[in-house]
Ligand binder design. Structure first.
Ligand code: PMV
Length: 341
């Protein structure tokens, strides 16, 4: 039996409109749109052979060491996709992954890790079955089942996931490339201020579940649809003011939903609020298009066009760095999605 290897790199992504709440088999309660990152990524190498008699995951290494917790998660995932990826019943697999960012930086790694694995699996399927059609869509579909937001990491630049009216090909089952953006959205930075590297106090999976009985569930769905309409239009027009208004509204809505769920979670730290305050004053004073977004944790993502990179870095060094844990921040930017190595 021939032993073959597929190796790829796949990045993390940062959502502008947030996916929060799900139903059925990991389908999103509302549509979302994200920017694909570049520097925060996972490298994944899958060695495989066809072995009908002894299929399954034979070994798993994270950063060159066996990791039983991750290994169990992947085994479970592989079993769960046998209906849409029947090849899993005849593949013997060895998986090795490593991240470009520290595991404990407070940066979610499941989007890059799971999209990397699924991108490799989609490549393997196309090598074995000789079908190269819709590899990205299949990789995104499987990534969604592995870890919701991971489905957006496959694509370059920007990806949307979930049905919304202004995009006729949008789907709840996989993400799609968002291409209609203005020149000024071609080169965009995301500087991630590490306020705390502690593991977050609420898993996103619990957070999604808590949306089911949430008193603001229906209004959140409506708001997300409207925010999708407005933000995609602003990206088309290059209207950074409107883009930033929605970006920050989405970040604060996500945290407001967590604060008002039952049980309630407050993940922002006093330092996160100080950073918000300073960004807003800086923007007012200098008119620099610098905006923030936040995931389910206290760290702050600063989103801005590359053209103002120097001014923003000076501001970070002089005013914001003092609010970061050990002065730490990660410089990232718009990236190309999953790529074979
Ligand atoms: O993919 P999950 O289940 O880890 O959920 C991610 C949710 C947010 O990061 C908060 C928002 C998003 O759309 O990425």
């Amino acid at each position: 039996m021939t032993i073959k290897t597929v190796k790829c790199t796949s990045p993390s992504n940062i959502a502008f409109v947030k996916y929060w709440g799900k139903y059925g088999r990991q389908l999103p309660m509302n549509p979302s749109i994200s920017m694909t990152l570049k520097n925060c990524h996972t490298v994944c190498e899958v060695t495989y052979q066809i072995d009908d008699k002894n299929p399954g995951l034979k070994s798993f290494q994270f950063e060159n060491e066996e990791n039983s917790a991750f290994s169990e998660r992947i085994e479970k995932f592989l079993e769960s996709i046998s209906d849409i990826y029947p090849l899993v019943n005849s593949l013997s697999l060895e998986v090795k992954t490593s991240n470009s960012f520290p595991h404990s930086a407070g940066i979610a790694s499941s989007a890059s890790a799971m999209s990397a694995l699924c991108f490799c699996l989609a490549q393997i399927e196309s090598e074995v079955n000789g079908e190269s059609d819709k590899i990205l869509e299949k990789a995104s579909f499987m990534s969604r089942l592995a870890s919701g937001s991971a489905c957006r990491s496959i694509y370059p630049d920007y990806a949307s996931w979930g049905e919304y009216t202004s995009c006729s090909h949008s789907s709840n089952e996989y993400a799609s490339l968002f291409t209609e953006f203005h020149e000024s959205f071609k080169k965009v930075k995301d500087t991630i201020l590490i306020v705390s590297s502690e593991t977050k106090g609420v898993s996103s999976s619990l957070g999604h579940t808590l949306m089911n009985g949430h008193p603001f569930k229906d209004s959140r769905k409506e708001q997300a649809l409207e925010n999708m309409r407005v933000i995609t239009n602003a990206m088309k027009l290059g209207d950074w003011d409107t883009f930033g208004e929605i970006l920050e509204n989405e970040a604060l809505t996500l945290h407001a939903l967590m604060m008002t769920s039952n049980p309630s979670f407050i993940l922002l730290k006093p330092e996160s609020l100080s950073i918000i305050d300073k960004i807003r004053s800086f923007r007012k004073k200098t008119k620099t298009p610098l905006y923030f977004t936040i995931d389910a944790g206290p760290n702050m993502h600063l989103i801005y066009p590359e053209a103002v990179h120097k001014d923003v870095m000076n501001f970070i060094e002089s005013d914001l760095k003092e609010h970061c844990e050990n002065g730490k921040y990660i410089e990232d930017e718009i990236g190309v999605g999953s790529v074979l190595l």
